[in-house]
Structure formats: structure tokens, C-alpha cells
Design a protein around this ligand. Structure first.
Ligand SMILES: *[C@@H]1O[C@H](CO)[C@@H](O)[C@H](O)[C@H]1NC(C)=O
Ligand SMILES: *[C@@H]1O[C@H](CO)[C@@H](O)[C@H](O)[C@H]1NC(C)=O
Length: 302
């Protein structure tokens, strides 16, 4: 009785074994690895089970333009040439990653002698790129109570940069209400676009502003730039307008007086001293032979 049971168990085990031996099975240590640009990264492709001695190993890079070969027929090809090696059994090692390596990669192993002869594994690689120094735009001076917009932008960073603003080296909180110091300021801060917008600037908003672009790979800052807040001088404007009005009044009065005293009428007389043309209307009537009627042409006699 016991003997048959043991035999049964052994049979079961060996059947199980038999099937797994005849299948190629892959696994990876990391399905979504990442690295910084110019660093090394491994796309691990491990063979868990196989019975074929020399399986065919291929790697493909899959972008939205479709798949392309990265490793084929024992050679690294495409844009990874000279930048990658295969480490036994099938791991792809990129020695100097670039931003264009961000893609999905598929490891495919074909084992002709196995019953389940093909397996593949998909790996999603992200190469992070440090932000470059952002372009910052800070208005030099803004009238008190008016709106103002500060901008900060860079486009190299991957993943996309987030932005922080600093005033006099101190970080500006996302929400002014969250800080005693900025409580009465009217700004809104957008960390995704880098825009810092004031609805109405106060005297206290004047200062040196700088911005930092950052992502998982690092950060970069633009140098501080000064923003001044000035008062629109109401008294000055009123005085200015008054001066203009007085000048206009004086000029009008002067012209009027001159006219009254006859400075302009004497000029009129000289204008009438021109010689009167011989014929009053300045036109000569000429007979044209072919048509037999009168045409006139102008002639000026001075
Ligand atoms: C990686 O590649 C970049 C340019 O593609 C090059 O400037 C850099 O020196 C390389 N780094 C290494 C360690 O080879
Ligand atoms: C904000 O404004 C209120 C009222 O105008 C004032 O009492 C308070 O001191 C101000 N707070 C700051 C931090 O300037």
C-alpha cells in the first residue's frame, strides 16, 4: 500500500519536473529600472529554466516608432552600438546611458529544443536628465498695486522639472497663507510651469528673486534678479499736467495777441503783391485743327 503511494508521488514529481525542464522561462530583477544620463544601467534578463544548450537571444527596443533591434545574432546594433554589452546569460548592460535610451526593451529567448520554446520579458527603462539653468524673467520695477509676472523655464530636464522660487534666498511657499512672512502677499505660484504671479504687488514684495528647476536627477538655478516696487506719484502727475495746461494757455494767449495787433495781416498784404496774370483765368484758348473745336491749356504768367 505504502509502496504504491510512494511510487505515485514519485511519478507526479517527475511529470512535473519533466514539463518544467522542457520550457524556457525568463525573469528579471527589475522591470522598471532607471538611471541618470551618462551612467551605467543593467536591464536584467535571467533564464530561470531552459534545456536547449545554445538558445537564441535577442533584445528589441520599443518606441512609438515601433520595435528595432538592439541585440541580434550575437551583436549589439543600432544606437546602442559601442555603449552596451551582454552579460551572461542575457542581461543587457548599457555603459553610458543617454536620454534617447528612455524606452521599453524586450528580451526574447528562443530555445528550439524546449517544448515551450519562446519566452520574453519587457523592461521599461527611464534615463533621467538633469535640468539645465532655467531662463528667468523678473520685471525690474513694478508700480505699487499693479500686477506682475515672474517666469522660470527650462526644457532639458527629464522627468519634467518642477520649479521653486526664492526671495532673498528664502524659499517662497506655494501658498502665501501658509507663512507669516508672506501672509499678505497676493501671489500664486505654479510649480509645474514656473510662473509666479502677483495680483497686486506690495512694497514688501520688492527683493531679489531666483528660481530653481529640479527633478529626480538634480537641479539648476538662475541667478537672483532684483524687483523694485515704486509708488505712482499722484502729486507729481497733477503738477505735470498743470504745467502743460499753463504752457498751452500762454501760447494760445500769445498767438491771439499777435493776431489782434496785426502781425498776421501785414503778411497778407505782401501775399497780394504778386503780378496779376495777363489773362484773368490763366487759360489760353487754342484752336485744334483736326477737331475744329476749342481746347484749353493752362499757362502761367508771373
Ligand atoms: C558618455 O557619453 C558622452 C557623450 O555622449 C561623453 O561626453 C561622455 O564622456 C561619456 N562618458 C563615458 C564614461 O564614457
Ligand atoms: C497683514 O495685514 C494685516 C491687516 O492689514 C496686518 O494687521 C498684518 O500685520 C499684516 N501681516 C504681515 C505679515 O504683514
Amino acid at each position: 500500500m505504502a509502496k504504491t503511494r510512494l511510487a505515485c508521488v514519485l511519478t507526479l514529481l517527475s511529470t512535473h519536473c519533466y514539463f518544467s525542464v522542457l520550457a524556457v522561462v525568463l525573469k528579471t530583477n527589475n522591470e522598471s529600472p532607471w538611471t541618470n544620463e551618462f551612467d551605467r544601467i543593467e536591464l536584467s534578463c535571467l533564464i530561470e529554466s531552459i534545456s536547449t544548450p545554445n538558445p537564441r537571444i535577442e533584445w528589441k527596443k520599443i518606441t512609438n516608432k515601433g520595435p528595432s533591434y538592439v541585440y541580434f545574432d550575437g551583436k549589439i546594433s543600432g544606437d546602442l552600438e559601442n555603449r552596451a554589452v551582454i552579460r551572461e546569460p542575457a542581461t543587457l548592460v548599457i555603459t553610458n546611458a543617454t536620454r534617447s535610451d528612455t524606452a521599453k526593451y524586450r528580451c526574447e529567448v528562443t530555445a528550439a529544443a524546449d517544448q515551450k520554446s519562446v519566452d520574453e520579458i519587457l523592461i521599461d527603462l527611464v534615463v533621467r536628465v538633469k535640468p539645465v539653468v532655467p531662463k528667468c524673467n523678473v520685471p525690474k520695477s513694478v508700480p505699487f498695486g499693479k500686477s506682475a509676472e515672474l517666469s522660470c523655464m527650462e526644457e532639458e530636464g527629464f522627468p519634467k522639472s518642477q520649479y521653486q522660487w526664492f526671495k532673498n534666498k528664502e524659499e517662497i511657499p506655494d501658498d502665501p497663507k501658509s507663512s507669516l512672512k508672506f501672509f499678505n502677499s497676493t501671489y500664486t505660484l505654479n510649480a509645474n510651469t514656473g510662473a509666479l504671479k502677483f495680483i497686486a504687488v506690495r512694497k514688501e514684495d520688492a527683493g531679489e528673486y531666483s528660481c530653481r528647476a529640479k527633478n529626480d536627477a538634480g537641479y539648476a538655478e538662475c541667478p537672483p534678479q532684483k524687483m523694485e516696487v515704486y509708488n505712482i506719484d499722484v502729486v507729481g502727475i497733477v503738477l505735470g499736467v498743470l504745467v502743460v495746461v499753463v504752457v498751452l494757455v500762454c501760447m494760445t494767449a500769445g498767438i491771439y495777441c499777435a493776431y489782434k495787433r496785426g502781425y498776421f495781416s501785414s503778411q497778407k498784404q505782401t501775399g497780394n503783391n504778386y503780378k496779376v496774370p495777363a489773362k484773368g483765368d490763366g487759360l489760353d484758348y487754342v484752336r485744334t485743327e483736326d477737331e475744329g473745336d476749342f481746347r484749353h491749356k493752362s499757362s502761367f504768367v508771373i
